[in-house]
Design a protein around this ligand. Structure first.
Ligand SMILES: [Mg+2]
Length: 192
């Protein structure tokens, strides 16, 4: 099969808010702690912690970091099928910045194995995603994409659209809103 003679492309995929629904439990915690009813549409920043004081942020982090929270995150719609399709044509590596909690990393390894059958050796934990080499990066954090693209100029950066970055139009050229868009970009890269 001629396709196999070509080197397989390496696709790096962020986990929180791309594969896993982090925001729903985060907003549940925020709303419970502060008696509010906020959603992602009430924000226009990527980092929700920017809107809270240090003490409030610490309280949210303590709740999000509890054992079992990472393990119980829901898989985002369409992610299972999309990752399966991407893995048929490329090597897929979750690249994820671990939440500051002693149980997060172990739970995330298990979560990726359980839901996506992705083995530990394929997973990268780092806050410095620009250090990780690949042919494409899919991430919902704008500066993860722009910093990574500076290091990997010929690669493809895809900013996964989330409601709280909707007004950051300076990134619109990098934005992808559906898994179909991601798959078609990766198909082009993989030459299939
Ligand atoms: Mg993310």
């Amino acid at each position: 099969v001629p396709r196999r003679s070509k080197k397989r492309r390496r696709i790096l995929i962020d986990v929180d808010e791309v594969l896993a629904d982090f925001q729903t439990p985060a907003f549940d915690i925020i709303n419970r702690l502060f008696g509010k009813s906020l959603t992602a549409y009430d924000y226009e920043v990527w980092d929700l912690f920017e809107l809270f004081t240090k003490e409030e942020g610490d309280a949210i982090r303590a709740e999000m970091g509890r054992p079992g929270v990472c393990a119980s995150l829901k898989v985002r719609p369409g992610a299972l099928d999309a990752v399966r399709e991407l893995r048929d044509m490329a090597d897929v590596h979750p690249v994820t910045s671990p939440f500051d909690s002693p149980t997060w990393v172990a739970e995330r390894y298990a979560w990726l194995q359980e839901h996506f059958q992705i083995p530990r050796r394929d997973v990268v934990f780092t806050e410095s995603k620009y250090l990780v080499k690949g042919d494409a990066l899919l991430d919902d954090r704008p500066d993860n994409i722009t910093t990574w693209l500076k290091e990997h100029r010929r690669a493809v950066g895809m900013l996964w659209h989330i409601p709280n970055t909707r007004t950051m139009t300076q990134y619109d050229h990098l934005r992808v809103k559906t898994w179909d868009e991601v798959i078609s970009k990766v198909k082009k890269l993989a030459g299939v």
